[in-house]
Design a protein around this ligand. Structure first.
Ligand code: F1P
Length: 610
């Protein structure tokens, strides 16, 4: 979603800001802008709808100078995609603001500000921040104290960076609900919504906490907590690797990330899985004390991460004897739920910043869960910092908006968690050894599965002109069918629905005709015969099927059924293995349709608003 970059330096910061925005492009956005302030108080603003490159071209046309600057990529919430709604927003050509999040009481603020004579140039909630700060500055406050008093007026979520034309030596930033990270340089300092934006200029970061306001100059960083008291926050040396410019030989990040899965799954297992079980601190030093008491698990997540949680429920109940509920975070946070005794709350998120998931974690603390575990891919993210335990997947930076390698590493993490919890809940020795063996075989199995690309490319040709599709799976493959359908929707814009195939005759069978392709995931497991019956029900009604099946499952292909062989694998890892062909299918369909694979329309990588 929206992205922020800011800098206070001695040199011209425009290139730093534009490079930062490019590194945030993967988060999804629809317009971009930059405001630059020179030492003599000259304030320049350039904004464009569309890609950051269009902004960069516009910047290159003129002379864009500034030693202090703020920049933004906007993902529209309040107000359409127009240049006037793009950030930075100004108040009286003096205050400049960029903002992530939503000011929920903006209408009330807007009316009050209009009565005071402020004229609004946009439809955004953000502009109320600019005018509110301006109003405070009029009473002679410093920029810092003006922001400190202004934020008291705001309800909702914000990560915001503010400049004052009358004081080019600093920016003031405030965080509540939307992340901000300060980057420390030598004689220059930076701010961003995501450390990725600042990796070319620093590796030293301070992650702001909820309610923090900070004043940043070239040589100083002063942080104040929500009560206005000065605080010290830890400086973290980042080891995140990311070169957003490098897609290697691949045409899209998504394809690169699909092919990285054998390696990143191996990295996620590394040092955590031994020959006969997990290593001692696989889930961290404090894990033993927490996990040994767990009798129930509540999983909360959104989107693809929710599908990882859905799959985990099958594993935790089948192998680890631990009861498990899974819920979408935006539902969990707004309903009254019953907390089971000895419950562990697990949040899953590739970004660690998803607003609903974070809110669910905070709610769970109030509800009295024993402890919380975050399964996450971004070190230092809000979810990681606010959870009792954190398991870091080792997927590396995922740039494609549609999650691929983050998902399969989440699943890998959950199979390891199944081992960890099974240890305290009477897991059968054979099940344990089967999972350990299956996990050891997983990276190679994923590599083998990626070699079936050609068959899937052909299939995509047949598929690309369809408007609807149905994905079917049973048992732990049902969430994989859901994930396959989500991938297709996200990047090819084809309507796709997933059903547990036992549900077919309870409604969706009515949809079957030759215009409704049916995709089936069919490993050779104990549900295979049941699944075959469901497939026959579709065939009998003239449906066209694409079956991803284990070679040994013996599906006979014909003109109504294309069978794509998937390498045989052990049962526990089958959901992970069968994910890959579905990712490839959606990728190739999107390629034929010519959609923006890495940044699909209307979507964002880090969903920081609810
Ligand atoms: C959840 C999610 C992703 C999806 C997209 C938007 O994010 O729905 O699954 O691919 O990037 O957000 P997260 O909570 O896993 O970060």
């Amino acid at each position: 979603m929206c992205g922020i970059v800011g800098a206070v330096a001695e040199r011209n910061v425009v290139e730093i800001l534009l490079e930062g925005l490019k590194r945030l492009e993967y988060r999804g956005y629809d317009s971009a802008g930059v405001a630059l302030l020179q030492n003599d108080g000259i304030l320049t603003r350039i904004r464009r709808t569309g890609k950051v490159q269009e902004l960069a071209d516009a910047v290159a046309e003129g002379e864009a100078l500034g030693t202090t600057g703020i920049a933004h990529t906007r993902w529209a919430t309040h107000g359409g995609v127009t240049e006037a709604n793009a950030h930075p927003h100004f108040s009286n050509e003096r205050v400049a603001v960029v903002h992530n999040g939503i000011i929920e009481n903006y209408e009330k603020l807007r009316n009050a500000l209009k009565e005071k004579g402020y004229v609004f140039g946009s439809d955004t909630d953000t502009e109320t921040i600019a005018h509110t700060v301006h109003e405070a500055l009029k009473t002679g406050e410093t920029l810092l104290s003006a922001v400190q008093s202004a934020v008291k007026e705001f309800h909702g979520a914000y990560g915001t960076v503010i400049m004052d034309k009358e004081d080019p030596s600093r920016v003031v930033v405030a965080r509540s609900g939307s992340p901000l990270v300060i980057g420390l340089g030598l004689g220059e300092n930076f701010i961003a919504s995501d450390q990725m934006a600042l990796l070319p200029v620093t590796r030293r970061f301070i992650f702001l906490e909820e309610g923090d306001v900070a004043e940043i100059t070239r040589r100083s960083v002063a942080i104040f907590d929500k009560d206005g008291c000065p605080v010290e926050r830890e400086v973290i040396e980042s080891n995140v690797e990311h070169d957003a410019g490098d897609k290697g030989m691949y045409r899209h990040y998504m394809l690169k990330e699909i092919h990285e899965q054998p390696v990143v799954v191996r990295n996620t297992l590394k040092d955590r899985l031994g020959e006969s079980g997990l290593t001692r601190d696989a889930f961290g030093k404090e894990a033993d004390a927490i996990l040994s008491k767990v009798k129930h698990v509540q999983i909360v997540a959104c989107g693809t991460s929710y599908h990882a949680g859905m799959t985990a429920r099958y594993w935790l109940e089948q192998y680890a004897n631990v009861s498990c509920n899974v819920e979408i975070a935006s539902e969990f946070r707004y309903r009254k739920s019953v907390v089971h005794a000895d419950s562990l709350l697990i949040t899953i998120s590739q970004s660690g910043e998803t607003a609903d998931t974070l809110a669910a974690l905070r709610l769970a603390k109030e509800l009295g869960y024993n402890a919380s575990l975050a399964i996450c891919n971004v070190p230092g993210s809000s979810l990681v910092r606010e959870s009792d335990l954190a398991f870091m997947t080792q997927a590396g930076a995922e740039i494609g908006v549609a999650s691929t390698k983050a998902f399969t590493t989440q699943l890998t993490a959950f199979l390891m968690l199944t081992l960890a919890l099974g240890e305290y809940n009477g897991m059968a020795a054979q099940d344990k050894q089967d999972i350990v063996n299956a996990l050891h075989s997983l990276p190679a199995k994923l590599e083998e599965t990626l070699t079936i690309t050609q068959g899937i490319e052909d299939l995509a040709e047949e598929f690309a002109d369809k408007h609807h599709s149905l994905f079917l799976g049973r048992g732990d493959q049902y969430p994989i069918a859901m994930e396959g359908a989500l991938k297709l929707k996200e990047i090819s814009y084809i309507h796709a629905e997933a059903y547990a195939s036992g549900e077919l005759k309870h409604g969706p069978l009515a949809l079957i005709d030759e215009e409704m392709p049916v995709i089936v995931v069919a490993p050779n497991n104990e549900l295979l015969e049941k699944l075959k019956s469901n497939v026959e029900e579709v065939r009998a009604r003239g449906g066209i099927m694409y079956v991803f099946a284990d070679k040994d499952a013996r599906f006979a292909g014909d003109e109504t059924m294309r069978v794509i062989d998937v390498p045989h694998c052990d049962a526990p890892i089958a959901p992970i293995v069968y994910t890959l062909p579905l990712q490839l299918l959606s990728y190739y369909v999107a390629l034929i349709k010519g959609t923006d694979v890495d940044q699909p329309r209307n979507l964002a990588k880090s969903v920081t608003v609810e």
